[in-house]
Design a protein around this ligand. Structure first.
Ligand code: AMP
Ligand code: MG
Length: 346
C-alpha cells in the first residue's frame, strides 16, 4: 500500500477533503490532535475499525476512542447523556478529555472490543475537527503507532511505524500536549482510568469528587481485572532499557550518575533524559534536556519524542521521576510504563 502524505497547512482543503473520503470508503488516515497523532477509521463501520487493529498489531481486547466534531454527536453514541458528562463537555471540550459511558446500539462491537461502554472525545485541533467534519462520521482512533511503541507526536514518527500500512497521513506538525487524553469513566463513581492533560483537580472543580484508578502508577496485580483494558498491555516502550530514578531532583540525579557509570563500565551506551533543574548534574555525560521539573506539561510534551530519539541508539535511557501530582501524574504514568516499572530508589 502506498501511504500518501498531505501537509495540513499548505494542502489544507485538498488534504482533509481527500482524507475524509478515504475514511468514508473504509480506509485508514493518521491525523494530528493536540495530544498525539491518531490512526482513524470510520467509527460506524466495524470492518474499517478492524483494519486499525491489523495495521497496529493492537490486541483485539483493547477498545478505541470515538472522536467527534461537536458535543451533540454523543447523543447517537451513548444510551443517554448523563448530567456529569454535560458539565464536563461544556468545561473541557474540545480538549484532551475522553468520557466513557454506556454505548448505544449504533456503536459497532469492534470499537468497544465487546464492552457495553464506549469512550468519546472531541479533540482541540483544527485539522482533526476538519477531518471528522469532512468524513461526516465519528472517527475511531487509537494512537498511530505500532502497538507497544511510544505514541507518535509528529508525522515523521507516524511514518516510521506506519508507512505502507495506511492510506493517508495528514502532517500538522508536532502535537502540543504530547501524551494521550485523560480517560474518565462515568459509569459508577467518576474514575480516571488514564491520567492526561485534564487533571483530577480540574475535573473535581466541575463535578466534585473523582477517583483515580490505583493501577495508574503500578502494574496490575495477578488476578486484578483491568478497569481499562489498555492497562494490561505493554506500552510506550522504545528499543532500549528505560530506568526511572526516584526521589527529589538531587537524589534522582545522583542515582542516575551512579548507575550511568556502572552501565557505561559494562559497555552499555547511556543517555539521560534530564531537566532544566538537573542539567549541571550531568556535566560530561550524554544528556538530553527534555523540560522543566516545575512544569511537568513540558516533560509530557517531549517524553515520547525523546524515547523515539534514543530508541535503538542507546542501550539504557535514564529518567528522573517527578511528583505524581497534576500533570506530573500523566508524566509518571507514561514513564513508568515505558520503563516496565524498572525503578531505582537510592
Ligand atoms: P488509545 O487508543 O491508545 O488512546 O487508548 C485508549 C485507551 O482508552 C485505552 O487504554 C483503552 O483501554 C481505554 N478505553 C477505551 N474505551 C474504553 C472503555 N469502553 N472502557 C474502558 N477503557 C476504555
Ligand atoms: Mg496508544
Amino acid at each position: 500500500m502506498n501511504t500518501e502524505v498531505f501537509n495540513a497547512k499548505t494542502q489544507k482543503e485538498n488534504g482533509t477533503q481527500y482524507a475524509g473520503r478515504v475514511i468514508r470508503s473504509g480506509g485508514l488516515v493518521a491525523f494530528p490532535t493536540e495530544t498525539v497523532y491518531g490512526l482513524g477509521a470510520n467509527g460506524m463501520d466495524g470492518e474499517a475499525v478492524q483494519r486499525i487493529f491489523d495495521a497496529k498489531g493492537r490486541p483485539s481486547d483493547n477498545p478505541l476512542i470515538l472522536h467527534v466534531a461537536k458535543k451533540s454527536d454523543v447523543k447517537q453514541l451513548w444510551r443517554h447523556v448523563p448530567d456529569e458528562a454535560k458539565k464536563l463537555m461544556d468545561a473541557f471540550w474540545p480538549g484532551p478529555l475522553t468520557l466513557i459511558f454506556v454505548k448505544s446500539d449504533a456503536v459497532p462491537d469492534e470499537v468497544t472490543a465487546g464492552l457495553s461502554t464506549v469512550a468519546v472525545r472531541m479533540p482541540d485541533h483544527k485539522t482533526a475537527l476538519a477531518l471528522i467534519r469532512a468524513a461526516g462520521v465519528p472517527i475511531a482512533a487509537p494512537s498511530a503507532n505500532i502497538s507497544g511503541r511510544p505514541s507518535p507526536t509528529t508525522a515523521e514518527h507516524v511514518l516510521a511505524d506506519m508507512d505502507g500500512r495506511i492510506d493517508v497521513v495528514l502532517d500538522g506538525g508536532p502535537c502540543s500536549v504530547g501524551v494521550e487524553s485523560t480517560v474518565l469513566t462515568l459509569v459508577g463513581r467518576p474514575t480516571i482510568l488514564r491520567p492526561g492533560g485534564i487533571t483530577r483537580e480540574m475535573l473535581e472543580q466541575v463535578i466534585g469528587e473523582v477517583d483515580v484508578s490505583p493501577a495508574v502508577l503500578r502494574p496490575l496485580r495477578e488476578g486484578e481485572v483491568a478497569a481499562s483494558p489498555g492497562m494490561k498491555h505493554r506500552h510506550y516502550a522504545p528499543d532500549a532499557r528505560v530506568v526511572v530514578a526516584k526521589g527529589s531532583a538531587r537524589k534522582a540525579a545522583s542515582i542516575i550518575c551512579r548507575e550511568y557509570e556502572i552501565e557505561e563500565a559494562m559497555g552499555n551506551r547511556c543517555i539521560v533524559l534530564g531537566t532544566e533543574q538537573t542539567r549541571a548534574c550531568y556535566h560530561g555525560m550524554n544528556c538530553d534536556i527534555i523540560g522543566d521539573r516545575d512544569d511537568p506539561r513540558t516533560l509530557c510534551a517531549e517524553l515520547f519524542a525523546a524515547l523515539r530519539r534514543w530508541s535503538g541508539k542507546a542501550d539504557v535511557i535514564f529518567a528522573e521521576s517527578v511528583d505524581a501530582e497534576e500533570q506530573g501524574l500523566a508524566y509518571m504514568n507514561r514513564l513508568l510504563r515505558a520503563a516496565g516499572f524498572d525503578v531505582i530508589d537510592s
